[in-house]
Write a protein that binds this ligand. Structure first.
Ligand code: B12
Ligand code: SF4
Ligand code: SF4
Length: 393
């Protein structure tokens, strides 16, 4: 594998330091909940079980009833089918290993033209297959996990990416705005499942197209590598205090996937539209996070626990605290996305103007206005089921 060293990321809210250490997937909190007694609590077990089998009792809270879990789990159905396909062989497609349902391509390579022409064609095809966002960066081994987790064997195994990969195509999938706004609820988890299920289609189809042209292409969802630094490097957005990428099109309300390839494509550059400066004065995510998992101060390099990467100065969310809250509510959370002032519908002109002003000295005014106008408030799950939407705001 070759690392594209010219693509050294650095930015106002993060820096890769000399004591940088690559991360092992064995240590993320989801996987720790299978082997680490500190994380493998009854709550964590109930959380995972709730995706596979009906709960024996429904929580007596709006958005956590049978119909809410039913829609959440149905939205996960497509991606679950892929994840479970090779589970017995200790591969979980899209989560612990790349997506594998692909045919071999021919030896002959189709000429995609200049790197800029090739990149434009990749974006055209991925967009046609349903990608909401597409960016491209150089392949950088630092973000590849040192090991992947094999759940049944309960051990780390090599991440077997092929040699010769030079680029990563990062795909963004917008999550449903109204569903996201119902969080905390099992209902909002339908936005997560749907994002992943749609991702599978775009990633598989785009990777198969590249293979049909004679190139290497490995479609990857959450497996194999950290996607946030690659999405930033691919110019899809800026890093926010909540530890998520904020895109100009959908704010943080986006899920990412990626395709590792050797196709000769031009790379995009990181973008800046004032997010770092805005996050310096805003704390909406920090204040709203129930377990207080989100950073309050300046970006720092600190390994909060074994689930955070070492040697990167950045805002870091405490994954242990975050996941323990998910265990309590028996569903995934994304309150930090709901309340973020960048969680808007930017097809609306007034929100595009607001986004531009948020990148200027008027940002304190924008922040106050955002609160006063009631953005970030929860959409009641019952109202969602009655057909109410936030689309008018
Ligand atoms: C494991 C995981 C979690 C776990 C645990 C994280 C952990 N520390 O173990 C928990 C439960 C906390 C979690 C929560 C959420 N997650 Co999550 N998660 C992941 C996953 C699968 C792996 C990340 C990982 O290995 N982290 C372990 C170490 C590296 O974490 P860390 O040091 O805290 O670093 C984090 C960030 O600082 C950043 N990062 C890491 N290295 C570097 C380097 C640089 C230079 C920079 C700038 C950033 C950066 O990425 C890490 C993300 O956890 C990724 C997909 C992927 N493969 O990247 C999705 C992912 C990051 N999650 C995502 C989302 C949306 C969420 C949630 C909103 C849940 C939801 N309902 O969707 C919350 C948000 C919590 C928050 N504010 O961060 C999205 C983010 C999309 C976006 N807009 O940026 C991703 C990319 C999944 C996807 N397919 O889209 N997640
Ligand atoms: S997902 Fe929920 S618990 Fe986790 S950091 Fe965001 S607000 Fe906090
Ligand atoms: S809520 Fe505010 S501080 Fe948090 S990421 Fe969004 S803009 Fe930044």
């Amino acid at each position: 594998m070759t690392a594209a060293r010219e693509d050294l990321p650095s930015g106002p809210s993060w820096e890769v330091l000399p004591d940088f250490e690559r991360f092992s997937q064995v240590d993320d909190v989801f996987n720790r909940s299978f082997w680490d007694p500190e994380i493998a609590t009854d709550d964590a077990r109930r959380f995972f079980r709730s995706y596979r089998e009906p709960l024996t009792e429904w929580r007596n809270a709006a958005g956590f009833g049978q119909r809410d879990y039913a829609i959440r789990n149905a939205a996960w159905q497509v991606v679950d089918i892929f994840a479970e396909m090779h589970d017995r062989d200790d591969l979980r497609d899209g989560f612990l290993s790349p997506l594998t349902q692909l045919r071999d391509g021919p030896e002959d390579r189709f000429d995609l033209g200049t790197p800029a022409e090739a990149a434009a064609t990749v974006k055209l095809v991925a967009g046609t297959f349903g990608a909401d966002l597409v960016g491209i960066c150089g392949h950088d081994e630092r973000w590849v996990y040192t090991e992947r987790y094999a759940r049944h064997a309960d051990e780390g195994r090599p991440v077997d990416l092929p040699d010769g990969l030079t680029s990563v195509i990062v795909i963004g999938q917008a999550m449903d705005h109204d569903l996201v706004d119902t969080v905390p609820s099992a209902l909002s988890g339908a936005a997560t499942g749907l994002g992943y299920s749609k991702d599978v289609l775009v990633l598989l189809a785009t990777a198969q197209w590249l293979r049909n042209l004679g190139y290497k292409a490995v479609p990857s969802l959450n497996d194999s590598a950290l996607v946030i630094p690659q999405a930033i490097q691919a110019g899809l957005g800026e890093y926010g205090r909540h530890g998520l990428v904020i895109t100009p099109e959908f704010g943080p309300r986006v899920r990412f996937g990626k395709i590792f390839t050797d196709a000769p494509v031009a790379h995009d550059s990181p973008i800046s539209f004032g997010v770092t400066e805005f996050c310096e004065s805003c704390r909406r995510c920090t204040d709203a996070c129930p377990p207080k998992a989100i950073a309050d101060g300046q970006p720092v390099s600190v390994k909060l626990n074994r689930s955070s990467i070492g040697g990167v100065r950045k805002w870091t969310t405490d994954g242990e605290k975050c996941f323990s809250y998910w265990g309590q509510i028996a569903s995934d959370c994304m309150i930090c996305i709901r309340v973020c002032p960048y969680n808007k519908d930017f097809t609306k002109r007034r929100h595009r103007i607001g986004r531009r002003l948020a990148g200027t000295r008027l940002r304190p005014v924008m922040l106050r206005l955002n609160g006063r106008l009631g953005f970030g408030k929860r959409l009641k799950p019952g109202d969602w089921w009655s057909g109410a939407t936030r689309r008018r705001t």
